[in-house]
Write a protein that binds this ligand. Structure first.
Ligand code: SF4
Ligand code: SF4
Length: 325
């Protein structure tokens, strides 16, 4: 079984694009950047990102004898959805961890059966640098918005890998960059993006999903308050404009020119659910746990729990009130 046959299997399993990299140690520069990012605390409270750095550095520690990393992307984009609230578009269908894992596992099982090689499937479940391997295997490049950009197709993709002991002919790494474009940096409502990466402490995706408890004081309830106004008052950190973000934030993808011609997904499980799109703040604030469990069954949104979703709805309501005062 060669690289072309495996890519054909992945395509049949729904992958939009796949590539192969040798399972060597991660570049020292890349790991130094990662270590610096951690030491600056820009991962906020996501302490799990500090663990298993040895495995992150070396895929052979994940699977002894690993020879190849097969990287694949799966399209979740069903077009822009109408909703009174802003939801991360990736989260509107079924949880990708389950969908992508089962599709990659079926391909891995075929590889094992036909070659006798060992395989390990990773879908955001193992300490490996998924975007790094997607670049190394020629699938795309990492934009200033920290998303993987698949040239000609954009950023609306889930990533998954098969690490295998099967030696395969590698693809050339992707070397394109963002060039002069800086739209995501200037449009980010949290001012979370810079040339040196993301500051999760200021990212609405982190704040609305991963962050527990009250929001930091930098999260503005006043939609009229701009970063510029806050900048002029040295006693304030620039405000994070919360807007109507109930779960996640897509601004740095919405403004990216690579998404202008984003293809529509063919993966039915990722189709946005009408039951989620129709929710407004009142519906969320009056939601009972039983309803939450039903509406978000098999959904990644479960991650924020009902309490987290209601905390976000309260913030949006405060914004609405300030807008109308
Ligand atoms: S997800 Fe939103 S807040 Fe986070 S970096 Fe992108 S634009 Fe900024
Ligand atoms: S918006 Fe521009 S700078 Fe940001 S990721 Fe897209 S191409 Fe790169």
């Amino acid at each position: 079984m060669d690289a072309a046959e495996i890519k054909q299997l992945l395509k049949a399993a729904g992958a939009f694009k796949s590539g192969i990299a040798p399972a060597e140690e991660v570049d020292a520069d890349r790991m130094a950047d990662y270590d610096r990012w951690l030491s600056e605390g820009r991962h906020a409270s996501m302490s799990y990102l500090e663990k298993y750095n040895d495995i992150r550095r070396n895929p052979a520690l994940l699977l002894p004898g690993a020879k190849s990393v097969i990287s694949s992307v799966f399209n979740y984009w069903w077009g822009r959805s109408d909703s009174p609230l802003k939801w991360a578009s990736y989260a509107l269908g079924d949880d990708y961890h389950d969908v992508v894992r089962s599709r990659l596992q079926s391909v891995a099982d075929t590889i094992v059966r036909e070659t006798g090689a060992e395989c390990r499937v990773c879908v955001d479940t193992a300490p490996i640098s998924e975007r790094y391997w997607a670049v190394r295997s020629g699938v795309g490049f990492i934009g200033l918005n920290r998303q993987l950009i698949v040239p000609g197709a954009g950023t609306h993709f889930f990533l998954g890998e098969i690490v295998t002991t099967l030696p395969l002919t590698p693809d050339s790494p992707e070397t394109r960059t963002c060039g002069e474009c800086r739209r995501c940096l200037t449009s980010c409502p949290g001012g979370a993006l810079s040339d040196t990466g993301l500051d999760a402490n200021r990212c609405l995706s982190y704040l609305t999903i991963e962050h527990r408890g009250d929001f930091p004081a930098t999260v503005s309830s006043n939609p009229a308050m701009s970063d510029r106004q806050a900048d002029n008052d040295q006693s304030l950190s620039p405000a994070i404009r919360f807007g109507r973000h109930i779960y996640g934030c897509d601004v740095c993808q919405d403004v990216c020119p690579h998404n202008r011609f984003a293809p529509i997904s063919e993966i039915e499980e990722f189709r946005p659910r009408p039951a989620i799109l129709q929710l407004d703040t009142e519906a969320i604030l009056s939601m009972k746990q039983e309803d939450f469990s039903t509406i978000f069954r098999r959904s990644a949104i479960k991650r924020t729990k009902l309490a987290g979703l209601q905390r976000n709805a309260i913030k949006i309501k405060a914004n609405d009130k300030n807008t109308h005062n």
